[in-house]
Design a protein around this ligand. Structure first.
Ligand code: SR1
Ligand code: MG
Length: 403
């Protein structure tokens, strides 16, 4: 009989079933089936179902190395970070996160609600599905999580305790390397598509001004403990149905620049946009889908500003934040940081180690290179002109022009 209380080990499907039995979640006599369904870069995800009742759960376990490559030794304690932020998000935005049933600090796993009726947003976008409520849901999620965990609202001593609890050095190091460093020089770990490589060599690796700006941004990521951020807020971390949205996979969470989450999702919507531009043959369908994506981007930014402003007047506790002009200053800086991260994420998914299916699934090499180079052209504008972004239209204008 396997025991789960003495030492940590990564579970097989059979062991995950035995583990679930120790939690008494399913009826004692049920015959549970289990499948490991994780397709992310880091963890093991077991789906357990009781076929008699159709009751199901997810057990997410952190392994000692990343699945994408054992070069990344990442402490399984990241599962604690993910569990702890899920609990916080469960209070701030319960409708947008899965319910948590159990956390185990020995097995480094979290047992949570199964979202098998949902689809991963990136996959849905590859099928050109659209979600009219997405911008409303994501802008609310961003405002609630980024404002209510910041010094604007939290008592500063409590906030510092939270900064301590969410120190996440190994996962942050992955971002520092893969997002802020490696894409901007000829790093051996980069993986650039052959037809895109000449553009990268000429326009990215030789650009000293671009390198300097990314250095400044890296130091901002290292030092700006502004809000408890998700840290990996891309379309693969979002589950959707027609009317519902759930955010998962927050193991990269830490106190960082709030614009990191907003920029990340906007960049990943741009990947959906360029994929649509290059893969939808029918011009009417193409226009309809790409307009939907652009509208979603514009709405996320504009609704974020509107909801943030409303919540700011309602919730802010820091006295000096009420001085005239402070809200405008705060929002402007937030959008500058957002624009920069849009550029960084666009660049790193084309040049760096962890590409996205929106680009790699474009089978025609000329079209794939066109999509990737469009992302890179826009990336430079977002990074170099980051102080010129004040509203949704400023973002979509660059996308329409370059991407
Ligand atoms: C080694 S992990 C590579 C990437 O996958 C995660 O989802 C993050 O985006 C990370 O950068
Ligand atoms: Mg992930």
């Amino acid at each position: 009989m396997t025991t789960f209380t003495d030492r940590y080990f990564t579970m097989t499907e059979t062991e995950a079933v035995e583990y679930a039995k120790t939690l008494s979640i399913f009826p004692e006599d049920s015959t549970i089936t289990c499948e490991e369904i994780g397709d992310g870069n880091l963890n093991y995800v077991f789906r357990l179902v009781d076929p008699q009742t159709t009751q199901s759960i997810i057990i997410k376990q952190a392994g000692p190395v990343a699945r994408i490559s054992d070069e990344f030794k990442v402490s399984p304690d990241r599962n604690r970070i993910e569990h702890d932020i899920l609990k916080i998000q469960g209070e701030l935005v319960p409708e947008y996160v899965p319910e948590v049933y159990h956390y185990d600090p020995i097995m480094n796993c979290t047992v949570m609600e199964d979202l098998s009726d949902y689809t991963i947003l990136r996959k849905a976008f590859l099928h050109k599905q659209t979600f009219p409520l997405l911008s409303d849901h994501l802008s609310t999620f961003l405002v609630q999580t980024l404002l209510l965990t910041s010094d604007l609202v939290l008592n500063h001593k409590d906030k510092k305790e939270q900064v301590k609890a969410f120190i996440n050095p190994e996962l942050c190091e992955i971002t520092e390397d893969l997002v802020y460093t490696e894409p901007f020089y000829d790093c051996p770990r980069n993986e650039v598509f052959s037809e895109t490589l000449p553009y990268v060599q000429e326009e990215f690796w030789g650009d000293e001004q671009l390198a300097l700006e990314t250095a400044k941004l890296k130091f901002q990521f290292l030092t700006k403990a502004q809000s408890l951020i998700h840290g990996d807020f891309h379309t693969g971390s979002i589950f959707v149905t027609e009317n519902q949205t759930k955010v998962i996979d927050a193991e990269f969470a830490f106190y960082g620049p709030a614009g990191y989450d907003i920029g990340n999702i906007i960049a990943n919507l741009i990947f959906a946009y360029v994929n649509g531009e290059q893969t939808i043959e029918d011009p009417i369908e193409r226009e309809s889908y790409t307009s939907y994506v652009l509208t979603t981007i514009r709405e996320i930014i504009d609704q974020f500003k509107e909801k943030f402003t409303y919540a700011f007047y309602d919730q802010v506790t820091e006295r000096v934040a009420e001085y005239p002009g402070f809200l405008e200053y705060y929002l402007e800086e937030l959008l500058t940081d957002t624009a920069a991260v849009v550029g960084l994420e666009l660049a790193r998914r084309v040049i760096g180690l962890a590409p996205v299916e929106d680009l790699t699934s474009i089978t025609n090499p000329t079209k794939r290179a066109a999509a990737e180079i469009a992302c890179l052209k826009a990336a430079k504008v977002f990074i170099l002109n980051r102080q010129d972004f004040f509203n949704g239209e400023d973002f979509t204008r660059v996308i329409s022009e370059y991407a």
